[in-house]
Design a protein around this ligand. Structure first.
Ligand SMILES: [Zn+2]
Length: 349
């Protein structure tokens, strides 16, 4: 194992006050309490810096950033029907993006075996370059991936988004960018309505956007089958120099905002598979917190994901066995995805 894994956070995440809202400060408190109980799982805790304006503005136009800053300074309010901010939100968002960037710097420096988890709010994957939406102000994972390309001179980064909602912001920001392979597993139909399998990217980025929608009711079986059967061979074929996970935990069976049935065991299984392919490729792996709105499910799922990527012995039970019909439908999801992708990724045939 390389350097010890890093857990990146900042107290300003608690000052992004959304009022009565599922994306609330108690999420961070629940995660920290769970990790405290587990001795932080051997992670070294780092306080995140603010992102520099230059790094942030490589993704988000300066006038958009200034608009968010002004809205927060004026006391906050609703930036869109779902996205509420307070006076403390701008600083929280600067640290959320800065934490993801700091984690990426640590991972790239650490090389093979490096692992990290960036735990902040607001989340990021719905934020478009010039528009806040879906509880997100700045696209933390996109800012970090862009930094890896522009400043750390990486030429291939994968962003795997297993949040139950499609990461439309990340998809859009990197649509024409072949140096970022964006892979999203999400419930469909569901907010925000994007992420159809036919969206494969644009121009030079064609084939480097991989949307893997799953029907409501999908659980450990479907999510892990797509990671094992699609993500892992894609990663082997693309040979990234870094893998980032947009790690939302709202596909959990207990989550109130969606209709999927993933359990802690499913997250541990996915995280283990992603970690193993990163080991095979000799590269770093970092998670950036996105959604997850049942406090207990969120905290336990973060913990098992951190265990799995850091090679800590797993604390979750093996998933229950499934019916042949369920197994058959998961196999079909994988086969259909591989068929669709064959034109771009011959290795998947
Ligand atoms: Zn979500």
């Amino acid at each position: 194992m390389a350097s010890e894994p890093v857990f990146v956070e900042h107290p300003s995440s608690l000052d992004h006050d959304t009022g009565r809202h599922p994306e609330r400060a108690a999420r961070i408190v629940a995660i920290d309490d769970e990790l405290q109980r587990r001795g932080w799982l051997g992670y070294r805790r780092i306080e995140s810096p603010q992102v520099s304006r230059q790094t942030l503005e490589a993704v988000h136009p300066a006038d958009y950033v200034a608009g968010v800053e002004r809205a927060a300074a004026a006391g906050g309010g609703a930036l869109d029907p779902d996205t509420v901010i307070s006076e403390g939100s701008f600083l929280a968002a600067l640290h959320a993006a800065g934490g993801a960037v700091a984690m990426v710097e640590s991972l790239v420096q650490g090389g093979a075996g490096a692992r990290g988890f960036s735990s902040h709010r607001p989340p990021g994957h719905h934020a478009l370059a010039a528009r806040a939406m879906g509880f997100c102000l700045f696209n933390n994972v996109a800012v970090a991936a862009r930094h890896a390309l522009d400043r750390l001179e990486l030429s291939r980064v994968i962003v795997l988004d297993w949040d139950v909602h499609h990461g439309n912001g990340t998809n859009d920001i990197f649509s024409a960018e072949p140096r970022v392979l964006f892979v999203s597993i999400h419930q469909w139909p569901l907010y925000p309505g994007t992420g159809a399998p036919t969206d494969v990217g644009t121009g030079a980025g064609s084939g480097y956007t991989v949307n893997l929608p799953v029907p409501p009711g999908s659980g450990d079986l479907e999510f892990t089958a797509l990671v094992d059967g699609v993500f892992v061979p894609l990663a082997r074929s693309y040979a990234p120099e870094l893998v980032l996970v947009s790690a939302g935990f709202d596909a959990h069976v207990d989550d109130p905002l969606a209709g999927c049935n993933v359990t802690e065991a499913g997250y541990a299984t996915m995280a283990t598979a992603v970690s193993e392919i990163c080991d095979e490729l000799g590269i770093g792996l970092g998670c950036v917190l996105e959604g997850g709105y049942d406090l207990g499910a969120l905290a336990r799922s973060v913990a098992v994901t951190m265990e799995a990527i850091a090679g800590v012995p797993a604390s979750v039970p093996v998933p229950a066995s499934v019916s042949p019909e369920r197994a058959g439908s998961a196999d079909r999801l994988v086969a259909q995805a591989r068929d669709r992708l064959a034109a771009f990724w011959p290795a998947l045939v």
